[in-house]
Ligand binder design. Structure first.
Ligand SMILES: Cc1cc2nc3c(=O)[nH]c(=O)nc-3n(C[C@H](O)[C@H](O)[C@H](O)COP(=O)(O)OP(=O)(O)OC[C@H]3O[C@@H](n4cnc5c(N)ncnc54)[C@H](O)[C@@H]3O)c2cc1C
Length: 397
């Protein structure tokens, strides 16, 4: 691991910075948080701009439409995006941050040619069909069945918590191709086009009022066998690759955003006088130290991905710590807002201290509750740390 940036990397940083500075003022206003078609259009338009400028898939292979640069340059790109407040991946999350990387690592050449360029050009959106009712933490117990019929799998079952399903073109889908009790040994990883007959999408509304999730009901959906990534019944290994990207590098943008928000909260505390309270200063100091440590861990995970093609188990430590620190950050924001934290519509700052970003922060606090559940709960990440990093005895079921 080398934590310093080379001259070439710094040159790349200033190129990205000047490109972003020139294009950001031309972006249209962001759509409403509940307008999912509008959000897809906005996210994909930004992705298309990145592609045109040569900044889509900075560390993806050139054959897949990427820039073919190093993961360190990808990190620099993210740092600069966050520093200037560029749009985030949004509905592109699954395609860009874990389905695409999984196809790079595990897909066939034909799959890489077919699926990678449209992700980078902002033409196709992906969702993740892993969790099922009764199979979340214990993912290996999933029951959605795929039966081989010639060149197709006939898939029946249901999925839940499928983020962005309503606007997705493809789903990274886990199915059972082995016996009912085959657990890890009987799973396959499929690419399912979302417009196939037999797919029903039922939106679920979160407590924040957004339809970002859905249930998927699959009734004899015919998925071509050529859409399988990895061998039949070897999908658990492929799943571990997907999760290592999702947990190991998928949240880097959110970490940078949290670091920026913490600086803004420190300014807010200074404006409102809360800074005079030593316990507030201590919380800000502790969070600053934690985010700095997570940034160093990110660089380690990225170096590991550069060496091995896939981030290692350090991603689990990142996910566990980041989600808990993210909640602590949101709680700090709510305490600083004081009574303004009870209102979801914008309010002026107390005692003439300027406008408060209260609506934004209250929404972020509600959303932060899901951080320790999404992409695997904290309890489960602790089990993985105990068993795979510390070498403690395996959990008895
Ligand atoms: C914002 C968000 C977005 C999501 N997006 C997607 C998506 O796009 N696609 C998708 O497939 N899924 C998605 N999920 C689902 C997510 O992966 C699951 O919610 C998560 O894996 C937990 O599964 P579960 O909800 O079934 O909870 P359960 O597995 O039922 O867990 C319930 C509780 O029991 C605890 N528990 C379970 N097993 C153990 C154990 N062995 N030891 C100790 N404690 C244990 C858990 O930690 C938890 O507190 C999303 C979830 C959220 C919150």
């Amino acid at each position: 691991m080398d934590l310093r940036y080379t001259e070439d990397e710094e040159r790349f940083r200033s190129e990205v910075r000047s490109w972003m500075t020139s294009v950001l003022p031309s972006l249209p206003p962001k759509p409403d948080a509940t307008d999912w078609d509008g959000r897809r259009a906005y996210d994909m338009a930004w992705q298309a701009m990145l592609f045109e400028a040569g900044y889509a898939g900075v560390d993806w292979p050139v054959e897949g439409g990427g820039r073919g640069a190093s993961p360190v340059e990808q990190l620099i790109f993210k740092e600069e995006s966050e520093r200037i407040g560029a749009p985030y991946v949004g509905t592109g999350f699954v395609g860009l941050l874990h389905a695409g990387p999984t196809i790079i690592a595990e897909g066939t050449e034909a799959q890489r040619d077919r699926y990678l360029p449209p992700i980078l050009k902002g033409e196709e959106v992906w969702c993740q069909g892993f969790s099922e009712p009764g199979s979340g933490s214990d993912l290996a117990s999933l029951r959605t069945k795929a039966v081989r019929d010639g060149d197709h799998y006939v898939v029946s079952g249901s999925k839940i918590w499928t983020s962005h399903a309503e606007v997705a073109d493809f789903c990274e889908l886990l199915v059972r191709t082995g016996d009912e009790d085959s657990r890890h040994r009987g799973i396959s990883w499929l690419i399912m086009p979302m417009d196939l007959p037999g797919i029903e999408i039922r939106p679920l509304t979160t407590m924040a009022g957004s339809d970002e999730f859905a249930e998927l009901y699959l009734d004899e959906v015919r998925v071509p066998v050529e859409n399988r990534v990895g061998d039949e019944n070897d999908g658990w290994r492929v799943t571990m690759v997907t999760l290592s990207f999702e947990r190991g590098t998928g949240f880097v943008g959110e970490l940078l955003e949290s670091m920026r928000l913490l600086r803004e909260l420190a300014d807010l505390a200074k404006r409102t006088g809360a800074w005079d309270d030593p316990s507030v200063r201590r919380r800000i100091g502790q969070l600053t130290a934690s985010f700095d440590a997570l940034w160093a861990l990110t660089k380690r995970n990225v170096s590991e991905a550069a060496r091995n093609g896939v981030p290692g188990v350090g991603g689990v430590v990142f996910k566990l710590s980041f989600s808990e620190q993210g909640q602590a950050l949101s709680e700090l924001a709510m305490d600083l807002l004081d009574r303004a934290g009870l209102a979801l519509s914008p309010l002026p700052g107390a005692d003439g201290h300027g406008d408060l970003p209260n609506a934004e922060l209250v929404h972020a606090w509600i959303k932060s509750i899901s951080l320790t559940i999404a992409a695997g709960t904290s309890q489960v990440q602790r089990n993985i740390v105990a068993e795979r990093i510390l070498g403690l005895p395996k959990e008895v079921r």
